[in-house]
Design a binder for this molecule. Structure first.
Ligand code: GDP
Ligand code: MG
Length: 656
């Protein structure tokens, strides 16, 4: 037996599908398109279940509609399970009125009943069942209630296939005429009257006359007529079977009056984001970082002394202190700032404010072809682009999802924070919080503008998905926050101990040896320098000088963004003693940096291709090497152009 799950987007099809089939699933794509095709076997019943794409009607306007319609009409499933979001009957039942015309058994599943009470909605399901003449089950796919009853109904299967008449008699008469003439079912008869493109061969003079009769009687074209008559039917039905008493205004509603207020919501959002950056990069952040950096420096000096006294050879001392401790320490120094950043984000998430941001930005994002949903990968991307790219799966609309995957790496992730913190801390002093926040807003601007162009030139016809229901505000749970923050910090520290450690050793090696493998050569003759010198011209428009040191450091951002700082530290610090990471700008090597070139260099590192980890995630989620390469080329080009503009305009202005 074949059963099809049919319903609107976000009605809970996939949730129910997973409940019914467990791990017995086969996932693939529909032929020729990237829309996911999931089939499975219902446990105990031995029925095949298919999760059809979410649709609002059976017209062939979208790819989803076309796929679902083709499947239903050609494969003729034995039973259609029509999932209805019980909290928005009106929107959902439109599809139901069409499914009831197909002469296929339909079971109506009212999903999300767990949310009805809160909304003050009561649905008389027995009455609904009587009115539309088929079985109705109330379930919550999320909370796993009512599923047994649904399985029983499928098992006993005493539902009849039927075609329900829902229009007034003179319309029904026309439908009957078409059915008799062509021996078609009710669905097809209506489609013929609507002059649906799939039934063009039936468009004879007789049909045209029937259509003209309806159009002159009702003064609208037939497609519109049937749609409006369906809604009339649904309106009457809803009146009969539902009872709504307005829910009382709770604290969440009151808070939303402020946080979602037309006038103050946006300023509040900006102030909150600014505070987050001010706390983590500004005051609290930089003083705690200085403290930790000092500790690491002391540790380095002590280690050097200890090693020298115990008779270790020069190169070992240099490797351990100038390579490993300097490189890894440069990254670890930023842990305090990250803890504060993660803490802020975690609080925003658990209190429910983050969902408000989604909601708030929805309308704004829509102007650029994204929905509020796209903010989720961006916010997760604040921690790390990899989970950000992966969570883009929450975006239902395929093209929008691709756009979000390409754009998420533009968000300043935690690994980029050290770059931002170091440059803005040194060059912009007490304005460092402002400068960091400005990069954040620059990222949003770049993302929106890019989305606009991606939509215009790359993924034509990109649709957007809906932001669903907002959760209640909650007091943050300490246990959750502690776990969330410590997980993220652990991940960051782990990277310092693995990737950064390895890279630091490699950089130290390339810097300490010449091509002839002579040790302790003049830096200028090192392998790293010769590599850097061949590519340093690329960075000339961004830095205003040829600096192989900055060039090789930026390139290492590909491995991990923190490595940019590690590398600069190692290069600047080799053979010198540094008291704090900021003093690298006092070193001869990097003293050429000015405010404009510092900002430009930050921007380049922020927007250029992400690290290999994120590139890998992009490739997995985009599912294509070609698309990934295109995306990376786009990111690098954009970063380079933007940074060059920032440097040149900035320099021009500061010279005025
Ligand atoms: P689909 O687009 O129809 O496949 O819908 P999904 O199964 O992906 O569900 C969409 C959203 O609704 C998800 O966030 C689900 O967690 C949520 N959802 C699904 N069923 C229920 C339910 O019974 N109650 C509630 N409150 N949420 C649900
Ligand atoms: Mg789904």
């Amino acid at each position: 037996m074949k059963i099809a799950l049919v319903g609107n987007q976000n009605s809970g099809k996939t949730t129910l599908f997973n409940l019914l089939t467990g791990t017995n699933q086969k996932i693939g794509n529909w032929p020729g398109v990237t829309i996911e095709r999931k089939t499975g076997i219902i446990k105990y019943l031995n029925c095949e279940l298919i999760d059809l794409p979410g649709i609002y009607s059976l017209s062939p306007y979208t790819m989803e509609e076309e796929i679902s319609r083709k499947y239903i009409i050609q494969e003729k499933p034995d039973i259609i399970i029509n999932i209805v979001d019980s909290t928005s009957l009106e929107r959902s039942l439109y599809l139901t009125t069409q499914l009831m015309e197909l002469n296929i058994k339909v079971i109506i599943v009212l999903n999300m009943v767990d949310r009805l009470e809160k909304k003050g909605i009561y649905i008389d399901k027995d009455k609904l069942s009587k009115e539309i003449g088929t079985d109705v089950v109330e379930i919550s796919a999320l909370k796993n209630t009512g599923i047994d009853e649904l399985i029983n109904i499928i098992k006993n299967c005493n539902i009849k296939s039927y075609e329900k008449e829902i229009f007034e008699s003179n319309i029904e008469n026309e439908i009957i005429k078409v059915r008799i003439k062509y021996n078609v079912n009710r669905f097809e008869a209506i489609k013929i009257l609507e002059s649906d493109k799939l039934y063009s061969k039936y468009q004879t003079q007789d049909i045209k006359k029937l259509r003209e009769y309806l159009e002159t009687t009702y003064k609208m074209d037939t497609e519109e007529l049937f749609a409006s008559k369906r809604y009339e039917f649904i309106g009457r039905l809803k009146e009969k079977v539902t009872n709504v008493k307005p829910a009382e205004e709770n604290i969440s509603d009151k808070l939303d009056k402020i946080f979602l207020n037309k006038i103050v919501a946006f300023p509040i959002f900006i102030v909150i984001m600014f505070l987050v950056y001010y706390l983590s990069v500004g005051v609290v952040g930089s003083s705690s970082t200085d403290f930790v950096t000092n500790l690491i420096d002391k540790f380095g000096q002590t280690t050097r002394m200890f090693l020298l006294q115990s008779g270790a050879s020069n190169w070992i001392v240099s490797l351990v202190v100038d390579g490993i401790i300097t490189g890894v320490g440069a990254v670890l120094g930023f842990v305090p700032q990250l803890i504060i950043l993660f803490l802020c984000i975690s609080i925003l998430e658990t209190t429910g404010y983050m969902s408000r941001i989604t909601f708030l930005l929805d309308k704004f994002f829509r102007k650029f072809g994204l929905s509020g949903e796209a903010i989720i990968p961006f916010i997760v991307g604040l921690g790390c682009s990899v989970p950000g790219i992966m969570i883009a799966r929450v975006i239902k609309e395929e093209k929008e999802r691709e756009a979000a995957i390409i754009l998420t790496p533009f968000i300043p992730c935690s690994a980029k924070l050290p770059i931002i913190a170091m440059f803005s801390g040194y060059f912009f002093g007490d304005k460092s919080g402002l400068v960091s926040a400005s990069l954040y807003f620059l990222a949003i601007a770049i993302i929106l503008i890019s989305a606009f162009f991606i939509k215009k030139f790359f993924t034509k016809g990109m649709g957007t998905s809906f932001v669903s229901e907002l959760p209640e505000y909650k007091l943050p749970s300490l246990k959750y926050i502690v776990k969330d923050v410590s997980d993220k910090v652990k991940e960051f520290v782990k990277r310092a101990g693995t990737i950064i450690l390895t890279c630091s050793i490699i950089v130290w090696f390339l810097l300490s040896f010449s091509w002839k493998l002579e040790y302790a050569v003049n830096i200028e003759n090192s392998i790293l320098a010769s590599i850097g010198k061949t590519i340093s011209f690329v960075f000339y428009p961004i830095l205003g000088t040829f600096s192989w040191e900055a060039a090789v450091s930026a390139i290492q951002g590909l491995v991990a963004k923190e490595q940019v700082i590690s590398s600069m530290n190692i290069i600047a610090g080799l053979g010198k003693d540094l008291s704090s990471s900021l003093s690298i700008f006092n070193s001869e090597t990097f003293s050429f940096f000015t405010k404009p070139s510092a900002y430009a260099f930050m921007a380049f590192n922020l927007f250029s291709a992400p690290c290999f980890g994120a590139i890998g995630a992009m490739k997995r989620e985009l599912g294509s090497t070609k698309k990934t390469l295109k995306a990376i080329a786009f990111q690098i080009t954009l970063a380079w152009i933007l940074a060059s503009i920032i440097f040149n305009v900035g320099t021009f202005i500061s010279n005025l």
